[in-house]
Every structure is written in structure tokens, then in C-alpha cells.
Design a protein around this ligand. Structure first.
Ligand code: NI
Length: 179
């Protein structure tokens, strides 16, 4: 297990389409372990293999606060999306920045686990966002292509959220939805 170097925006590898995994070799298992280590070390909720320079269709996700809900998705495929959410999003390949992105509120994905057994995962809210964001990486796409408005520093994003909260009625819990 090891922490791998995270490729940053501007690196051409992040724009490449990743190739399907045919079998989970010991090397692939090691890659998956390293991807979790790398993601947790960077306090991320998701990481695609291309972000550590490997063009394979592998994604790791953990949206839990305790970092105890590790999900690995091999050859994931989006089956269904529904609804909409609008909110801040960031990426370990775009350090220190975030921007507002419109995503489905619900996503249903088919993937394979480390034993190459097929499974279905459904997610709402943050998990739906993470599934969409990470699957996009496998096709060479970054959230920065979808950002509405400016890419912000953490301070700017925090300030924006504070202003929104103050401007909105206290009953409204989703600060992103203005339409
Ligand atoms: Ni990302």
C-alpha cells in the first residue's frame, strides 16, 4: 500500500479515455489499495485511476464521514439518473479550488467488484454527485468543464455560501437552489 502522486489539471492523462479492466490481477488489487490510501490521505471522497496516471476504468469512492464505506467500481456504467442538484464541487486534481456544478440528484450505476462480480449501486445527494464526477474522469472529463460561474478558492467558496445563507430564508436548507 502506498500513496500515489495525484495528477493535476493540465496533465494530458486526465483528458484520456480509460480502458476496461479484463481481470483483477495482483497489480490491479495493489492499485485499488493505493487509490484508497491516496484518496483518504488527500481527504477526498472519490478518485479515478486516471488521476494517479493509470488509464483503467477503476473508481474508488467513500462519501462517509468516518471513511468506512469504501466502494470500488470496476468498469462502471451509468444506468439511470434523475432529478437535479446544484452545488459546490471539487476535485483532488484541482487542488484548493471549487465551483458550482449541476448534477443529477440520483444516479444508478452498474459496476464490478474486485472479484469481478456485477453489482448495482444507487446514490443520492453527495454519492450521486461523486458517481457522476468519477465516471466522467474515466472518459477524460473534469468537473471544471461543467462549472457555472467562477472557479473559487476555499475562502471564496466559504464566503459565497455564507452570503447565500444570509440572503435566504432560514427554512430553506439547500442554499444552491435558486430557480
Ligand atoms: Ni475529480
Amino acid at each position: 500500500m502506498a500513496i500515489r502522486k495525484i495528477r493535476e489539471i493540465g496533465d494530458p492523462i486526465l483528458t484520456k479515455v480509460c480502458k476496461p479492466v479484463k481481470e483483477v490481477t495482483p497489480r490491479i488489487s495493489e492499485l485499488i489499495d493505493d487509490m484508497f490510501d491516496t484518496m483518504y490521505d488527500a481527504n477526498g471522497v472519490g478518485l479515478a485511476a486516471s488521476q494517479v496516471g493509470i488509464l483503467k476504468r477503476i473508481v474508488v469512492i467513500d462519501c462517509s464521514a468516518e471513511q468506512d464505506e469504501a466502494i470500488v467500481l470496476i468498469n462502471p456504467e451509468m444506468l439511470e439518473t434523475r432529478g437535479e442538484q446544484f452545488g459546490l464541487e471539487g476535485c483532488l486534481s484541482v487542488p484548493g479550488k471549487s465551483g458550482e456544478v449541476r448534477r443529477p440528484a440520483y444516479a444508478k450505476v452498474k459496476a464490478y467488484n474486485e472479484d469481478m462480480e456485477e453489482f448495482i449501486i444507487e446514490g443520492e445527494d453527495l454519492l450521486a454527485r461523486a458517481l457522476c464526477h468519477e465516471l466522467d474522469h474515466l472518459d477524460g472529463h473534469m468537473y471544471t468543464e461543467l462549472v457555472e460561474g467562477p472557479l473559487m478558492s476555499s475562502e471564496e467558496a466559504a464566503q459565497l455560501m455564507e452570503e447565500r445563507e444570509m440572503a435566504e430564508a432560514p427554512e430553506e436548507e439547500d442554499s444552491g437552489e435558486t430557480e
